[in-house]
Design a protein around this ligand. Structure first.
Ligand SMILES: NC(=O)c1ccc[n+]([C@@H]2O[C@H](COP(=O)([O-])OP(=O)(O)OC[C@H]3O[C@@H](n4cnc5c(N)ncnc54)[C@H](O)[C@@H]3O)[C@@H](O)[C@H]2O)c1
Length: 325
């Protein structure tokens, strides 16, 4: 019998790629729950959309009462670090309080499986740029903190026997669906690669590099960019793990190596064949010099292996998508 999966935020960038994969497997009934605040109706390629806000507990109660939900994948959240510093309540409200409300409802309806979109931002600015799941957690902005609170809540509910969960700590998610059907559609993207592509298209007049005096080979920050299809695949494996092993776990989700901002810009120029303007400015507060995942745990425990670990390919997929917007 098909299992029913409720995907919050399934109309967004990452959620829509996961929904597509869930649909392809043919093992699941998919319900996307999304208020379309940053997501798009046309990005939902499988299942049904219930348009609603996480704060609408009546609607959520109704959904859980009328159907048996076997698992929840929780993507819905606000994602901009800078905005979270300016407006922390907005972030704690949506990312933490709304997640808690959802957990309250699903535990009372005996839904026992939960996959949570966490983030490398829970590590803050670690001394050693490469982090394992054991590295101390010390977020340096409200966004990271709002996600860490949810991890703590999950840990406690799981310990009390309420649910099994998997928290996936994503590094820098990038690229677009390799079939060209999906990609990022943010109105004001903050992601480096998307900003480069908007510059190449002439939508932005310049690309700003924040800080060129870090202790890295070329002075700019180094990050771990993971293709969104590789990231999506990990969710399907995590779901199987929850159904089979009935155990909670936490995994880093990145490639384990990185590229500097300048390297990304150079590859973006090469892929797009556009020499867009680049301006070097001061450091932004709270940017760790290097943030890379040790991904040995997810490879060992889930058997996850990437298919698209090639930054030029990742940027090509994003560029093909961007040109269509
Ligand atoms: N994009 C990244 O690089 C990255 C990195 C680390 C973690 N994450 C996490 O991954 C998840 C998905 O991120 P994304 O990049 O796809 O963002 P996104 O903005 O494209 O997707 C978020 C989706 O959630 C929906 N949503 C937000 N608040 C809602 C609410 N209150 N009720 C109902 N729907 C709501 C939005 O409409 C949107 O469809 C987030 O939880 C984010 O924190 C993303």
């Amino acid at each position: 019998m098909k299992k029913t999966i409720l995907v919050t935020g399934g109309a967004g960038y990452i959620g829509s790629h996961v929904v597509k994969l869930l649909g392809q497997s043919n093992h699941y009934n998919i319900i996307v729950y999304d208020n379309l605040s940053t997501g798009n109706r046309e990005s939902i390629l499988s299942g049904e959309l219930i348009e609603g806000d996480l704060a609408d507990t009546h609607l959520l109660q109704k959904i859980f009462t009328s159907r048996k939900i076997d698992a929840v994948m929780h993507f819905a959240a606000f994602i901009e670090v800078g905005e979270s510093v300016k407006n922390p309540i907005k972030y704690y409200n949506n990312n933490t309080c709304n997640a808690l409300n959802l957990l309250k409802i699903l535990t009372t309806h005996n839904t026992r499986n939960f996959i949570f979109s966490s983030t490398a931002a829970v590590y803050g600015a670690p001394e050693n740029g490469i982090v394992t799941e054991q590295t101390p957690l010390s977020p340096i902005n409200p966004y990271g903190q709002s996600k860490l609170f949810v991890e703590k809540i999950l840990q406690d509910i799981s310990a009390a026997g309420g649910i099994n969960y998997i928290a996936l700590r994503y590094f820098n998610v990038a690229g677009a669906d390799i079939d060209g059907q999906l990609g990022q559609k943010y109105k004001n993207p903050t992601h480096l690669i998307t900003r480069c592509l908007k510059c190449a298209k002439g939508e932005f007049d310049k690309l700003e590099i924040f800080g060129t005096d870090y202790n890295t080979p070329d002075g700019t920050c180094i990050r771990d960019y993971i293709h969104v299809n590789d990231l999506a695949k990990a969710h399907i494996i995590a779901l199987d793990y929850l159904f089979e092993k009935k155990m909670s776990n936490i995994f880093n989700l990145g490639y384990g190596h990185g590229f500097s901002v300048k390297e990304v810009v150079d590859i973006a120029k090469k892929v797009t064949q556009k020499d867009f303007k680049v301006v070097e400015t001061a450091r932004r507060e709270g940017d760790p010099p290097i943030l890379l995942s040790d991904n040995s745990k997810i490879k060992k425990d889930l058997g996850w292996l990437p298919d698209y670990d090639d930054l030029e390919f990742i940027i090509k997929t994003a560029w093909e998508w961007e040109k269509k917007l």
